[in-house]
Ligand binder design. Sequence first.
Ligand SMILES: NC(=O)c1ccc[n+]([C@@H]2O[C@H](COP(=O)([O-])OP(=O)(O)OC[C@H]3O[C@@H](n4cnc5c(N)ncnc54)[C@H](O)[C@@H]3O)[C@@H](O)[C@H]2O)c1
Length: 330
Amino acid sequence: MNTWLITGAAGFIGGHFTHLLARTLPGARVIALDCLNYAGDLVHIQPLIDAGRIVFIRGDISDRPLVDSVLRQHAVDLIINFAAQTHVDRSIDAGVPFIHSNMLGTQVLLDAARQRSVERFVQVSTDEVYGSLPLDQPQARFTESSPLAPNSPYSASKAGADFLVRAASITHGLPVMIARPSNNFGPYQYPEKLIPYFVMRLMQGQRVPLYGDGLNVRDWLHVQDNCRALLMIAQHGQIGETYNIGADNQITNRQITQVILDEMHRSWDESVELVADRPGHDRRYAIDSSKLRQTLGWQPQHDFDTALRQTIRWYRANQSWCQNTQSQGG
Ligand SMILES: NC(=O)c1ccc[n+]([C@@H]2O[C@H](COP(=O)([O-])OP(=O)(O)OC[C@H]3O[C@@H](n4cnc5c(N)ncnc54)[C@H](O)[C@@H]3O)[C@@H](O)[C@H]2O)c1
């Protein structure tokens, strides 16, 4: 497994994964494929491109002739598919781009991988495919055998992709694995997602909009812990298996907003505006990652509170990145 194709490498998690791969496996050839949609930004991986450490190709994963030529020309052994439309609110406004990238794009990659006899195919899915847990059952967690019950067009398109990956495995024997991480946080996340968005608005003297009662629970995972898990799965995971990735950091949106306000020395009353809830808003996510921990020995390395505060400080110190990214994006 010497040549890796990373799709969505110009995005938040794909960018961190590309750096980890380049650092951890210096002998690996790394091909990065990304269409550079509004969330794609080369700033994070540009040093690797400039150093000749990775090859960057701008293109859409749903473009079969392009994907065929990339796999053939670079003799790709392993594909890890990060490329996706990822923002739930955008999927509520318009679902078709989500079907295009997340389902059609995944199917094209699967077909091309089968034709080229790729050795491993890792699909980066999400805990959101499991739907929502109730607040009054605090012990409940999603396991890999929980039923898929997606509630947003985004999560439905990701669940659809998971079924396509499963079908490619069962029907065609394609060597696939599925990873389902929880909510990621860390530097270089497009500033439409909660942490960078709230920091940016506060820096600009604006209020932050908090959905509904703010009691929705998310299970947070540092992006570098996620990427280490994904690398372990890609290298040592069992073909045909699905792995949840989560660090057991479940807090409400109210609590995370309070940490951001504390870090930025702002008061709740002056800075928070409760807005109408997101339609279909999942109440609680909580992910059981014991399979990954027990079979591959993964452990998160980041302390949540420390890493969260460091992340907030990173966005404060990198406002120009946020503004440039947002002005180039949609
Ligand atoms: N961010 C999270 O909290 C989180 C949690 C769980 C799972 N995931 C999954 O991880 C993956 C990466 O998420 P992210 O947060 O880095 O997303 P992101 O939106 O920051 O990046 C996605 C990247 O994919 C590219 N892309 C989109 N459609 C494409 C297409 N058709 N062809 C080629 N490139 C395309 C974009 O240009 C962008 O660079 C996604 O599959 C997402 O569903 C994300």
